[in-house]
Design a protein. Structure first.
Length: 440
């Protein structure tokens, strides 16, 4: 997508009619979905448009608020207690602790199959690499795997899934000092699926409890899987599988496997493509539909009209430019990973509205020579005023009716802080509610 100047866009294709709403959200990730939900629940007529698939399908499905300070202190026990000490440029400093709490309450309401709302304390959740991630909310399917539970664990790897080495993950957890014994075993998935089988292939088989061939005999896949894993059990009270245990019937699958194994079953969050991330995406889109918002995915915002105020944006669809107008707009297109922030030889920029992105002129100042050092590029993004309106270099608002939310914001390093989901939810909530109030 090219950079756009603040001039009137090309006329729309003849015969197209403008689609109107009170709040238009651009972006279908966690920040955009939360913005749209918050605005819809505040009574606004909401439309969400998104070009690409959400990055949630590449995420672990864990929802963090703040795991480490910008200085690297942590893992933090209480993320809320650490927010007031964050730098002024941090998005959490903009919205404040009470807004973070309100935003997480909205999340808890629309995604009931998550745990962690009973406490302000971070949980430590084992990942497929054998690390412990501090997180504020986690899927119910991961709850039996928490590091605070002292019962012994058996991790199950599958020969056809080379990205989860159960033995090595167990070793790393032991080295991290978990308060339980943990072992890893590797077995083949019943039916011996190909090594390149998609995650959804395993999930679908388990969802339907489809029959697989085991030594020339057809058997239901859940019973066959439990039998293979049961041979490796040595008294462990918990069994962790890679996150493939169904999509539509995940709870039922975990319970049946647990009954057959005589142990609590949990899922270990995996890398992309992530089934827990897909489940979370589905839950949020379902909630948004129930809230009455309209949704359009797969088509980019190509141009816009406006100077100090956005009048309308044009969505490119089958060669036509469809005008969409709204009273208020929310930009939630993601960061460097989601292409909501881009760079070229001329600098770093936001590609939809060409909002100002602060950065050093010398590209060598964008990164640190130490691979684990303090990299400026990790904090690239738009800056905002107190109402989350993107600001120009002089501090004035880019557009009076535009707010930004999620990873497109600068001033924080979500990967190092383990704060990406929380920032997206909190700023999305704040931007959506503010846009809805302004539109009324």
């Amino acid at each position: 997508m090219s950079r756009w100047c603040r001039t009137r866009a090309s006329p729309p294709t003849e015969g197209t009619m403008a689609i109107e709403s009170e709040v238009l959200v651009i972006g279908g990730g966690l920040g955009g979905l939360t913005s749209a939900l918050a605005a819809a629940r505040a009574g606004a007529d909401v439309r969400l448009v998104s070009y690409k698939q959400s990055t949630l399908r590449n995420a672990s499905g864990l929802v963090d608020i703040l795991g480490y300070t910008p200085d690297g202190d942590g893992p933090l026990t209480d993320p809320y207690a650490a927010i007031p000490a964050l730098p002024a440029a941090h998005p959490y400093s903009t919205v404040g602790v009470s807004t973070v709490r309100d935003a997480m309450a909205l999340f808890d309401d629309v995604v009931p199959d998550y745990r962690g709302s009973h406490t302000d304390t971070n949980a430590l959740v084992p990942t497929h690499g054998g690390t412990l991630k501090p997180t504020a909310r986690y899927p119910a399917g991961a709850s039996a795997g928490l590091a605070s539970d002292e019962r012994d664990v058996l991790l199950v790897g599958l020969e056809s899934m080379v990205d989860f080495d159960a033995d090595r993950a167990a070793e790393h957890l032991e080295a991290a000092g978990v308060p339980f014994d943990v072992r890893g075993v590797t077995t083949s998935f019943p039916g011996d699926l190909r090594a390149d089988a998609k995650i959804t292939r395993y999930a679908k088989l388990l969802d339907t409890d489809g029959e697989v061939s085991v030594k020339g005999r057809k058997r239901p896949v859940r019973a066959a899987l439990a039998e293979r894993v049961g041979r490796g059990l040595a008294g462990e009270q918990r069994v962790g599988f890679p996150a493939i245990l169904g999509d539509d019937n995940a709870t039922e699958i975990r319970e049946e496997l647990g009954d057959r194994l005589g142990a609590d079953v949990f899922e270990v969050p995996m890398g992309p493509p992530s089934l827990p991330g897909l489940r979370l995406e589905d839950a949020l889109f379902d909630a948004l539909r129930r809230a009455g918002a309209s949704i359009e995915t797969g088509n980019p915002v190509a141009e816009f009209d406006g100077d100090d105020r956005i009048e309308q944006v044009y969505i490119e669809k089958n060669g036509a430019k469809i005008p969409n107008s709204a009273d208020q707009y929310v930009l939630a297109t993601g960061g460097l990973v989601g292409k909501g922030v881009e760079s070229d030889r001329g600098g770093v920029y936001e590609p939809v509205f060409d909002c100002h992105v602060p950065h050093a002129e010398d590209r060598y100042d964008w990164f640190d020579t130490d691979v684990f050092g303090d990299h400026e590029f990790a904090r690239f993004g738009v800056q905002t005023d107190d109402d989350l309106r993107p600001t120009q270099a002089d501090g004035s608002a880019e557009f009076e009716n535009l707010r930004a939310a999620g990873a497109v914001l600068g001033g924080y390093d979500f990967a190092a802080e383990k704060s990406g989901s929380g920032v997206s939810i909190a700023t999305g909530y704040a931007a959506g509610r503010s846009a809805a109030q302004e539109a009324q």
